[in-house]
Write a protein that binds this ligand. Structure first.
Ligand SMILES: Cc1cc2nc3c(=O)[nH]c(=O)nc-3n(C[C@H](O)[C@H](O)[C@H](O)COP(=O)(O)OP(=O)(O)OC[C@H]3O[C@@H](n4cnc5c(N)ncnc54)[C@H](O)[C@@H]3O)c2cc1C
Length: 402
């Protein structure tokens, strides 16, 4: 029987609301504390939820509103900057009812998850930036930037790649690693991109990487990843300004085949340019009554297309551990033993793809030559199946690690 009755959930991106819903299912009360005001959109314009992420949402009965805001994108066509088709990468598997991976605007996903958590009675307090946390005799106390405090039995850090909870758990924890890329994106209408709705294409451009998907309503969702060797200091990218970034993107993609230039031109507002970070390996995910999940514990590079799905899986598995494993410490240890091998395998795989996005001229030739064969080999590989077929059985008790 668990000793946990109440949890403080820090961060209300993807892991946070999923965590609150999963805890509720496990009979544990929680309050979510989010640093930003209500309606914040986070970094990145849109994302793809793999079949495993949808399946995990399904455990929480929270998949339907997400599917209503998304559209299916079962595969991505990869091209070189010359327009040559390099192959196809499946973004997931097909669930028994025919559902495949889905692409959704980040702002919509956040909103839908907030609404769904709140509909079930979860409390989300916005404008509450955690700055400190301490263990008290039988619990944990969180302190926020506005001077307010909150107490609970455990504190769960769902506070993303720049996590404060991670630093509180282990002040010596490695910093997120900069992936050598900065990214932006946007939404364009009125551009004929010559693909079917639901198609998703990515271009290894000569100087920068580009991706775009055609939504059923004709809007084209796109993102750009631009190699940049040095990690930008806070404020550096914002200081450049949207119109200057537009000019630079038009220049970067000018020599590439495909619709990048037309899409950048047709987009009213570019999303803020942000650096891409990953958290590949932390010595520990928990201490005492505090734990990190989602990006705070293990952010893969965005190339994996798995960060959001893994965050939702984490929420479900941690709630199961707290439900089944006696004592919070043992429950946290069980969670880490269950999750670490899976997420670190996916992170390693994603890091390899990231390197090829920022490839120089020689590496580019090698990549374009080898990628078609690699894509064929990995299409139905064990790793692919392990990633996307992953299913969490809510009713199965969390026994000892296998
Ligand atoms: C450009 C880009 C593209 C991506 N594409 C994909 C994709 O296609 N598929 C995919 O699965 N993943 C993708 N990802 C990764 C995915 O976005 C993350 O893995 C996912 O958002 C992780 O969810 P999270 O809840 O752990 O963190 P987040 O979504 O980052 O949420 C963290 C929340 O915590 C809040 N917070 C931070 N600090 C504090 C604090 N001190 N106190 C209180 N609140 C705090 C933040 O404001 C935020 O709301 C992409 C990421 C980027 C940057």
């Amino acid at each position: 029987m668990t000793d946990v009755r109440t949890a403080l959930v820090i961060g209300s991106g993807i892991a946070g609301p999923a965590m609150a819903m999963a805890l509720q299912k496990a009979g544990i009360d929680s309050v979510i504390y989010e640093a930003e005001p209500a309606g914040s959109h986070g970094a990145g314009v849109f994302l793809t939820l793999g079949s495993n992420g949808i399946d995990a949402l399904r455990v929480l009965h929270a998949d339907e509103p997400v599917l209503a805001a998304a559209f299916p994108t079962p595969a991505i066509t990869l091209r070189s900057g010359t327009g040559k088709r390099l192959g196809e990468s499946r973004t997931g598997r097909t669930l028994p009812d025919g559902t495949t991976s889905q692409t959704v605007k980040r702002a919509d996903l956040y909103q839908v998850l907030h609404d769904e958590a709140r509909r079930r009675g979860a409390r989300i307090e916005f404008g509450k930036r955690l700055v400190a946390a301490q263990e008290t005799g039988g619990g944990v106390r969180a302190v926020f930037a506005d001077g307010s405090e909150a107490s609970g039995d455990v504190l769960i850090g769902c506070d993303g790649v720049g996590s404060t909870v991670r630093r509180i758990i282990d002040p010596g924890a490695p910093r997120p690693t900069y992936a050598g890329l900065v990214g932006t994106g946007g939404y364009a209408t009125g551009v004929d991109v010559g693909i079917e709705p639901g198609s998703y294409e990515m271009i290894f451009g000569r100087r920068a990487f580009f991706g775009y998907a055609l939504a059923p309503d004709g809007e084209v969702w796109w993102f750009a990843n631009v190699p940049r060797r040095d990690e930008p200091a806070p404020g550096d990218l914002a200081a450049i300004g949207g119109e200057e970034w537009r000019r630079r993107l038009l220049d970067l993609y000018a020599a590439d085949a495909g619709p990048a230039v037309a899409l950048v031109e047709a987009t009213p507002d570019l999303a803020a340019m942000t650096p891409v970070h990953a958290v590949p390996h932390l010595p520990t995910w928990h201490t005492g009554r505090m734990i990190v999940v989602g990006d705070a514990a293990h952010a893969p590079s965005p190339t994996s297309g798995q960060g959001a799905s893994l965050a939702i899986e984490d929420a479900v598995v941690l709630a199961k551990c707290l439900r089944d494993v006696p004592g919070h410490h043992a429950a946290f240890a069980r969670f880490e033993a269950e999750r670490r091998p899976r997420v670190e395998r996916i992170i390693k795989w994603a890091a390899r793809i990231n390197n090829s996005k920022a490839a120089g001229p020689v590496a580019r030739v090698v990549r374009d030559g080898m990628l078609p064969a690699i894509l064929k080999l990995t299409a139905d590989s064990k790793a692919h199946r392990q990633t996307y077929d992953h299913h969490i059985e809510w009713d199965a008790p969390m026994g000892a690690p296998a």
